[in-house]
Design a protein around this ligand. Structure first.
Ligand SMILES: [Ca+2]
Ligand SMILES: [Ca+2]
Ligand SMILES: [Ca+2]
Ligand SMILES: [Ca+2]
Length: 199
């Protein structure tokens, strides 16, 4: 019983460490309209991610989303003078969902939309995954995800939305030593539990 508890703790700590490094956040429902859009401003980082263009130089956030039969709205801010490059990249949509993606300004004026994108980028296995590369002035913006052409995201259909915004502020990374210490403690606990059983 104790050993199982320790093993669970160790795995939990390791998963926490990995999640913090990869900067993947989970979609929070209900985000079915602009009023309940999920704001992602607090989760940008420069963590290396092969599925995201220029991940170590352009701040980005990854949202792991799972459909529940509703539209999915997300909200982010662009800051600073002049225009800033912004990339909205759907990965892992297909074969679950043929996405369509809309970009709106703060007053819900449509800026652009995209259905499919080619050639394939890292993280997508089909050109049906959406992609918007644009340049935006400072302001608040909305992204809406639908199933082609304009239908709610089907129940259980999952996808990843990567939002990259040049010059976006990044969150302080989880301190490496603390993560390593947590993982170490978990592993030490596991070894201790095994030794006790053998003795
Ligand atoms: Ca990608
Ligand atoms: Ca939703
Ligand atoms: Ca993609
Ligand atoms: Ca599409």
């Amino acid at each position: 019983m104790k050993k199982k508890l320790l093993a669970g703790l160790a795995v939990g700590m390791m998963m926490t460490g990995v999640a913090a490094q990869a900067t993947i956040i989970t979609e929070i429902e209900p985000n079915n309209g602009s009023l309940t859009a999920q704001n992602v401003d607090g989760f940008f980082s420069l963590d290396s991610d092969a599925n995201i263009e220029s991940s170590t130089t352009i701040p980005h956030v990854s949202i792991q989303a799972t459909g529940d039969g509703s539209y999915d709205w997300f909200n982010f801010t662009v800051s600073g003078s002049g225009s800033h490059s912004v990339l909205l990249d759907i990965d892992n949509g297909m074969n679950d969902i043929d996405t369509t993606m809309w970009l709106y300004n703060s007053t819900l004026g449509q800026i652009t939309s995209n259905d499919d994108h080619g050639p394939l980028d890292n993280g997508s296995i089909h050109t049906f995954d959406s992609w918007i590369a644009t340049s935006l002035l400072a302001g608040n913006y909305y992204v809406r995800i639908a199933q082609f052409w304009d239908n709610p995201v089907p129940v259980g259909a999952d996808y990843t939305l990567n939002i990259s915004v040049a010059d976006h502020s990044t969150t302080a990374p989880v301190p490496e030593p603390a993560t390593m210490l947590l993982m170490g403690t978990g592993i030490a606990g596991l070894i201790g539990a095994r030794r006790k059983k053998k003795a």
